[in-house]
Design a protein around this ligand. Structure first.
Ligand code: GLN
Length: 197
């Protein structure tokens, strides 16, 4: 059994919990930093990144989240969660958790279209992953250790650096849970190695 948490300070929490459901997966709604000790992997949901950061500070989550990631536990951030994971945010002084070597631009699609749905080819996952974009951020630059998993036109919308996975859309708002199951696979892999060690 693996234990995957969803950070539940704000945003689309319930939908992620549902998408992660699987026979061998215990999904935990994470509201307190101590709960990070109980999980093998963590999802940072979409919502509003500035609000989320305010709540992360208010409930003393920043250091525990950084330590969780440093301990080699997988993290999956979607939309606002992607913004939290970025090393740099265009137009801001600094990033939040700084887990992935990438620069993001907030609300990058919003200026043209508030929200839209499409199918995307996501490397390692499938050719036709359903993706819902809502005031979505874009990855405008990635470091050499970052693997681009999906693009929309010329823009990067999903990426992975080691055990950190991210996408600028909302996979939890569709019935397509393949990206979640891909993440669960990463968590399974790490837990297996940890057990063997
Ligand atoms: N635009 C939001 C932000 O900047 C993210 C949008 C989302 O998560 N749907 O935080």
């Amino acid at each position: 059994m693996i234990h995957i948490g969803v950070l539940a300070l704000q945003g689309a929490v319930r939908e992620h919990v549902k998408a992660l459901q699987a026979e061998d997966t215990n999904v935990i709604v994470v509201k307190r930093p101590e709960q990070l000790d109980e999980i093998d992997g963590l999802v940072l949901p979409g919502g509003e990144s500035t609000t989320m950061r305010r709540l992360i500070d208010k409930y003393n989550f920043l250091e525990p989240l950084r330590q969780f990631a440093e301990a080699g536990k997988p993290v999956f951030g979607t939309c606002a969660g992607l913004i939290l994971m970025a090393r740099d945010i265009d137009g801001a002084d600094s990033g939040h958790l700084g887990l992935i070597d990438m620069t993001v631009e907030r609300n990058a699609f919003g200026r043209q279209r508030e929200s839209f749905e499409t199918k995307l080819a996501v490397e390692d996952v499938a050719e036709d992953v359903e993706a819902v974009f809502i005031r979505a951020p874009l990855i405008i630059d990635v470091g050499e250790d970052v693997r681009v998993l999906a693009t929309y036109g010329n823009d990067i919308v999903a990426a992975r650096q080691g055990l950190f996975l991210t996408c600028s859309f909302h996979p939890e708002l569709t019935a397509d849970n393949r990206l979640h199951q891909y993440f669960a696979g990463m968590v399974r892999e790490v837990s297996k190695t940890a057990l063997q060690a």
